[in-house]
Design a binder for this molecule. Structure first.
Ligand code: ADP
Ligand code: SF4
Ligand code: MG
Length: 339
């Protein structure tokens, strides 16, 4: 574990279980374990990637660590420059409003996340107005500065979001997230909904903003090839659980979890002389309503042993800052995407 002075936040044993109500009386029959016993940390100034298939619990994790949603259990300890470390889950409503200045979210779908009845100016201004962060006269100045930084032209501020392309809309979404000058941003698959030709522009913008403003990012993605280029460290999620966490380099050279190995094998190699045999994952991703017992990956794992269907593997640090949850993480010799 890095020292407290390096950390921005620590997530401890985070859980979010959604009850599924059925029947005339709305009785709770089952629960979806969207996030289950997840622990990780994010360092100041880094980009931490969270990767997993659709439905693995990434968005829920992102929302929980901003407390945009209440957890079932768990702690999220923030270490902010000007404050003593605190557990976000223990803040009062009023304190939570103040916390909005420290963290914001960029959403996956820039078409549905911008209110079509508001002008671009009002969309960008909303967090400033809601938190009363600035005097009225300073608001216009801040909006203009932020728009400029995010490559949103000043003339656009009077218009409505429908007038813009996906890339422009995502720039507006980024401007809204940055208008309060927060040090930490959760980017929830910020380029997944965009044309491939626009994706690199948005990623470059996020990269430039990070350097200029000293930002820390949680970058959510459903595919490892995106995180390889932009993340310092990566966590791999599956059915609400974190399976592995390491520096990007360690993860790509020497994964310790069989699921990570399977994801790696599906990445096309940059060097065509390297031929990787994609590891076929048999079967669909199981339902989080009734996940498999023991290691939830065992029905699809080619290394599974009897113990895997009986006991849940512990989340352990195998080498400095390299964590995994697999009974055999210490023994298996797995193939990475880098040789
Ligand atoms: N409000 C909700 N009520 C019930 N189930 C939910 C809710 N939000 C998410 N889920 C379920 O939780 C799981 C994780 O969802 P999500 O965090 O959106 O995954 P991801 O972002 O990785 O695609 C999914 O099975 C999803 O259907
Ligand atoms: S615990 Fe067993 S089933 Fe799970 S990933 Fe490790 S070897 Fe595979
Ligand atoms: Mg999502």
């Amino acid at each position: 574990m890095p020292g407290d002075d390096q950390l921005l936040l620590e997530v401890k044993n985070l859980k979010k279980y959604f009850p599924i109500r059925r029947g005339a009386f709305g009785t709770v029959k089952k629960t979806v374990k969207a996030v289950d016993r997840v622990s990780f940390f994010i360092k100041k100034g880094e980009t931490f990637g969270l990767v997993g298939e659709s439905g693995s619990g990434k968005t829920t994790t992102g929302r929980l660590i901003l407390r945009a949603m209440e957890p079932t259990e768990g702690e999220v300890i923030y270490h902010l420059e000007d404050r003593e470390p605190f557990d976000l889950m223990k803040l009062s409503k009023k304190e939570l409003w103040e916390f909005r200045r420290y963290s914001q979210m960029i959403f996956q779908d820039p078409y549905s996340s911008l209110n079509p009845r508001m002008t671009v100016r009002d969309i960008v201004a909303e967090p400033l107005i809601a938190t009363k962060a600035l005097q009225k006269e300073a608001v216009t100045q801040r909006i203009r500065e932020t728009a400029k930084k995010c490559q949103v032209s000043i003339e656009f501020l009077r218009r409505y979001p429908h007038a813009f392309s996906g890339g422009q809309r995502q720039r507006i979404g980024i401007a809204r997230a940055l208008v309060l000058n927060p040090p930490f941003i959760v980017c929830d698959e910020p380029v997944s909904a965009l044309d491939v030709s626009i994706q690199a522009q948005i990623l470059n913008l996020l990269n430039d903003l990070q350097e200029e403003l000293d930002l820390t990012y949680l970058f959510i993605a459903h595919d490892l090839s995106v995180v390889e280029h932009i993340c310092d460290r990566v966590g791999v999620m599956y059915l609400g659980r974190l399976f592995e966490m390491a520096t990007t380099r360690d993860l790509f050279f020497s994964p310790r979890h069989p699921y990570t190995e399977a994801l790696m094998s599906a990445i096309p190699a940059a060097d065509p002389s390297i031929i990787m045999e994609p590891i076929k994952l048999t079967g669909e991703i199981p339902s989080p309503i009734n996940p498999p017992e023991g290691c939830s990956f065992h029905p699809r794992c080619r290394y599974a042993q009897p113990i895997c269907s009986q006991s849940i593997p512990e989340w352990k640090e195998y080498s400095p800052e390299h964590f995994a949850a697999c009974h055999f993480a210490g023994e298996l010799e797995l193939k990475g995407a880098f040789k």
